[in-house]
Design a protein around this ligand. Structure first.
Ligand SMILES: *[C@@H]1O[C@H](CO)[C@@H](O)[C@H](O)[C@H]1NC(C)=O
Ligand SMILES: *[C@@H]1O[C@H](CO)[C@@H](O)[C@H](O)[C@H]1NC(C)=O
Ligand SMILES: *[C@@H]1O[C@H](CO)[C@@H](O)[C@H](O)[C@H]1NC(C)=O
Ligand SMILES: *[C@@H]1O[C@H](CO)[C@@H](O)[C@H](O)[C@H]1NC(C)=O
Length: 697
């Protein structure tokens, strides 16, 4: 059913049709292709494909012949060699990964896709392959029930600090199968304990929230989000244009920034600082990460002068790459966007479009992302991309294939640098510049006649430091025999925030039967100096916790939910090993395989910000409003309550047709009635933190 729907919407039925290949076989192929990505494939059964597959000879097996011609062109230009560092944020690398992705995407059958992938895994740069192949798994209609293993297990170098990787090398090099070192376990091998980077370096206070900044689940979420919605992809070409792309872009970053602000408050920090391009950037960053070839990630010292650095060292390489101009380009683009928003006049290749005749949030989001759906990316640019280059303080490459990207220039690592949040706060201000010019909601617009929230109750909220393990075996290099027999295992253990499951009850009186939508937000109550934040100052700090459709009966309704029911947060994804076990079960007929429940989302563990021992006050803002179905083009069914973002569901991720952030999608100027709207309710409670896991259980 799911496949059919996707295929109808995407219009790829010609080659997406139901094939008879079991999902378990596809899943196994994915796992095998992605394991030990930095080593050549060893499976004897695949050698023939590697040696004989020739894309040019199979041109009729690809739905679009241009993809093969593009490949042939690059054969003469040259590909990124194996062993070099790949970054999707460098245009030449991006171009190559698109060529490869399109080969995968337009392969007419699974068989062709598989052969192309096996051959490509052997032929292309590892990072280039990993990115393009993962994209294809996400976007190919015939791969919708297959899941990608966690990126922190596939590419641990981007998720674990260098001392963890070093420790893994050490254990591997001294490992004696007949006499393993103490701590070795038959099932999962060695265990390395990982610490966050504040552990032994005396770092900048900003980096002391490293348990949050470096969380593997939060970083993986951001990586997967960018596989589902790549900034370079035309949503029309790949059939996901029904999703309000620009609005979703705003929503994602507003949520990331607001969520980080909550965590900062729990740690005694206040606002995310505001920075200026001209003024030295105070916040330094020491990544403690290494590339698999041994190169360190670039470091940003404190108080860097962006202007000086780029004038003196950057722009001498202007002929070699446009990145040398980053400092000037972003300032041009920022000014143009700001001018367009203030004047209301958008320049669409010479034509003037008025931004204030109707809702242009979507248009502005696309402009800011500078994606192919943008009205004019030539004029308004791609600020965030060049800003990452500049703020990451990376080096100017001499060659397009010898680059040293900063943490900000990989989706896997960008959330680790506190500067990420400062940059996106600056970008969000452009949205707010627009939103502040919108008419604000009046009492009559917000009120839901006859519906009254009379009470809200939450269980006691407790966060704790939980233990978490993930497989680290892909970080070390195995011999051919070890690879074939899968004998050497190592895992990494670390503490990650979690919270006790909790229930909440919302008591609603309704005068009539009515279909409604319930949203629950969490927001601060006080700033870091214990000053009360009133709702005009707080509306941009709202983090959406839960969102669902509810049929209200006439009379009293007791809505009861558990924290696990929210569609917005994802459970810990299955590990590589668990996927393998499930798949073996499905293969042996012992179990069925369905990827539905294992989608990638912001980690459920981080649904609540860390509490404090004495209890940290937060407010839960509950909103009930009338249900209005999402109008998905081409869909006839009621699509609410299905999937939520980031799952790519061809327009199905919306629960209703209201703005994602409603009613906090617009600034609140006159705050006084917000606490009097009967269908809105603010509930204040404390979140406690305990260090001992056992106390929490
Ligand atoms: C693939 O086939 C094309 C066209 O037949 C040929 O020109 C090319 O050399 C072949 N490539 C390899 C690597 O054999
Ligand atoms: C990458 O592709 C785009 C679009 O096809 C093209 O305009 C651009 O010049 C290419 N850049 C590089 C560095 O290959
Ligand atoms: C992390 O810290 C613990 C406790 O100080 C230490 O035993 C462990 O070796 C550290 N892990 C690494 C990889 O340095
Ligand atoms: C809320 O804060 C804003 C901005 O500081 C202020 O103008 C307004 O008077 C405040 N409202 C209340 C009710 O305190």
């Amino acid at each position: 059913m799911k496949l059919l729907l996707v295929c109808l919407l995407v219009g790829l039925c010609a080659f997406a049709g139901a094939d008879d290949i079991p999902i378990a076989k596809k899943q196994k192929d994915v796992l095998k292709l992605l394991s030990h990505i930095n080593q050549p494939l060893v499976y004897p059964e695949w050698q023939k494909v590697i040696e004989t597959w020739n894309v040019s000879k199979h041109i009729s097996d690809y739905a679009e012949s241009y993809v093969v011609h593009n490949f042939e062109d690059y054969e003469t230009y040259g590909w990124l060699p194996q062993g070099e560092i790949f970054s999707v944020m460098y245009q030449p690398h991006l171009n190559q990964s698109i060529v490869l992705f399109e080969l995968f995407y337009y392969a007419k059958t699974y068989e062709v896709f598989f052969n192309t992938a096996v051959w490509a895994r052997d032929y292309f740069n590892e990072g280039l392959f990993l990115y393009s192949y993962s994209l294809a798994v996400v976007h190919r209609p015939d791969m919708q029930d297959v899941i990608l293993p966690p990126i922190y297990e596939i590419y641990p170098y981007y998720f674990y600090n260098v001392e963890v990787i070093q420790k893994a090398y050490q254990l591997k090099q001294t490992h004696n199968p007949k006499q393993p070192a103490p701590g070795y376990d038959q099932n999962y091998g060695y265990t390395v304990w990982s610490n966050y980077s504040g552990h032994y370096l005396n770092l900048h206070p900003e980096q002391s929230i490293s348990y949050y900044l470096e969380d593997v689940g939060i970083n993986a979420f951001y990586y997967y989000y960018n596989l589902y919605y790549p900034f370079w992809m035309s949503s029309k070409q790949y059939g996901w244009s029904g999703i309000n792309r620009g609005e979703q872009y705003f929503f994602l970053y507003q949520q990331l920034i607001a969520r980080y602000y909550l965590e900062r408050l729990s740690n005694g920090f206040g606002d995310i600082p505001y920075f200026n391009w001209e003024v030295p950037v105070e916040t330094p960053y020491y990544p403690s990460l290494e590339y698999p070839n041994g190169l360190e990630f670039p470091t940003r010292p404190p108080f860097v002068k962006l202007q000086e650095y780029y004038y003196n060292y950057g722009q001498t390489w202007t002929w070699k790459s446009k990145y040398g101009y980053s400092y000037s380009l972003i300032q041009d683009w920022e000014r143009r966007l700001s001018d367009a928003i203030d004047s209301g006049i958008l320049d669409v290749h010479g034509q003037k479009v008025n931004l204030y005749e109707g809702d242009a949030l979507d248009t502005i989001g696309e402009l800011i992302e500078g994606n192919p759906d943008s009205a004019n990316s030539q004029f308004y640019g791609v600020i965030w991309l060049y800003a990452r280059h500049l703020l990451g303080y990376s080096y100017q490459p001499l060659n397009w294939y010898k680059i040293a990207p900063s943490a900000l220039e990989h989706f896997e690592t960008s959330l680790r640098d506190p500067m990420f949040y400062q940059l996106y706060k600056k970008i969000l201000l452009l949205f707010y510049q627009y939103l502040y010019k919108q008419p604000w909601y009046s009492y009559d617009e917000l009120v839901y006649p006859g519906v009254d929230i009379v009470d809200v109750q939450f269980d006691k909220l407790v966060t704790y430091d939980d233990y978490f393990y993930s497989d680290l075996s892909n970080a070390v290099f195995d011999t051919k025999e070890e690879l074939l027999d899968d004998t050497f295992h190592i895992r990494v253990g670390q503490t990650r925030l979690n919270h006790k499951p909790f229930n909440y009850k919302i008591k609603v009186n309704s005068e009539k039967e009515t279909k409604s939508v319930v949203k629950i937000f969490i927001a601060p109550v006080y700033d870091e100096y214990d000053r009360y934040l009133n709702i005009s100052q707080n509306f941009m700090n709202m983090v959406l916790l839960d969102y669902f459709v509810y049929d209200l009966k006439s009379g009293e309704n007791m809505i009861s939910r558990n924290s696990y029911e929210t569609p917005l947060y994802g459970k810990d994804p299955l590990s590589y090993h668990e996927i393998y076990q499930h798949m073996l079960g499905a293969e042996g007929g012992k179990g069925s395989w369905s990827a539905d429940q294992y989608y990638w989302n912001f980690p459920h563990r981080y649904m609540l910000p860390q509490g404090t021992t004495a209890g940290m006050p937060f407010q839960f803002y509950v909103v009930v409003y009338p249900y209005a179905p999402e109008k998905t083009p081409g869909s006839t069914s009621d699509v609410y309550d299905y999937y939520f973002y980031p799952y790519l569901k061809e327009g199905q991720q919306f629960i209703d047709s209201y703005p994602l952030l409603y009613p906090f999608d617009k600034p609140i100027i006159y705050e006084k009635f917000w606490y009097d709207v009967p269908n809105f309710y603010s509930y204040e409670t404390k979140i406690y933190h305990v260090e001992d896991v056992n106390v929490a259980h």
